[in-house]
Design a protein around this ligand. Structure first.
Ligand code: ADP
Ligand code: 5GP
Length: 187
């Protein structure tokens, strides 16, 4: 039976980098495309990284009970997992990988239980997070401060996850993630 792998961490921890690496390995993984009401950044395309919705459209879908979970992660910025999207990927026999905030991660784990593995990517420090976000160059200083301010709270969720991977040395973190997930998919 196809499984679910959930990655959560403060923004800038290296989740996307690690997930993108795992997607290139032969693990039969499909990325769970979330919906969001934030605007696309950089080279992001609708239906690839996210389904980009207006806040009104997002609220309508909440009212229609279309989400497995959703969060207002930052002020007026909704993010959520569409039930139909996940169910289709699982039904196609693909293992589904999630990049969701810490609350969403705990909710998906609770819903799917042992069929899901929840992984927390921990940055070496909050200062290092800020410098990675600045280095990534995709967010305004205001957005970066919003994200850094939330990081301390998010870090307190680490013990709720099945696995914690510290992303200090990226190559080590990628290797550890590959090992943990390979093992989970075989179990
Ligand atoms: P997230 O998806 O958690 O927001 P990203 O994967 O976008 O984080 O990583 C944030 C930035 O930090 C990117 O520019 C990425 O290249 C860089 N990065 C990731 N891991 C490391 C690491 N171990 N050391 C230094 N920089 C890193
Ligand atoms: P970003 O704007 O950097 O793409 O994502 C911001 C935050 O929203 C990240 O912590 C990301 O994991 C989270 N996120 C993305 N999609 C979802 C989702 O479907 N549900 C929840 N709860 N969080 C999400």
């Amino acid at each position: 039976m196809a499984k679910l792998i959930i990655f959560s961490a403060p923004s800038g921890s290296g989740k996307s980098t690690i997930i993108n690496y795992l997607l290139t390995q032969n693990l039969n993984l499909a990325f769970s495309i979330s919906a969001t009401s934030r605007p696309p950044r950089g080279t992001e395309r609708d239906g690839v990284e996210y389904f980009f919705l207006t806040p009104e459209e997002f609220r309508r879908r909440i009212a229609d009970d279309e989400f497995l979970e959703y969060e207002e992660v930052y002020h007026d910025r909704f993010y959520g997992t569409l039930k139909a999207q996940v169910e289709k990927q699982l039904a196609d026999g693909q293992n589904v990988v999630f990049d969701v905030d810490v609350v969403g991660g705990c909710n998906i784990k609770k819903f799917y239980g042992d069929r899901a593995l929840s992984v927390f990517i921990q940055p070496p420090s909050v200062e290092e997070l800020r410098s990675r976000l600045v280095g990534r160059g995709t967010d305004t200083p205001e957005v970066i401060e919003d994200r850094v301010a939330k990081a301390q709270y998010e870090l307190s969720f680490a013990p709720k996850f099945d696995k914690v991977i510290v992303n200090d040395d990226l190559e080590k973190a990628k290797a550890e993630a590959l090992e943990v997930i390979t093992q989970f998919l075989q179990s």
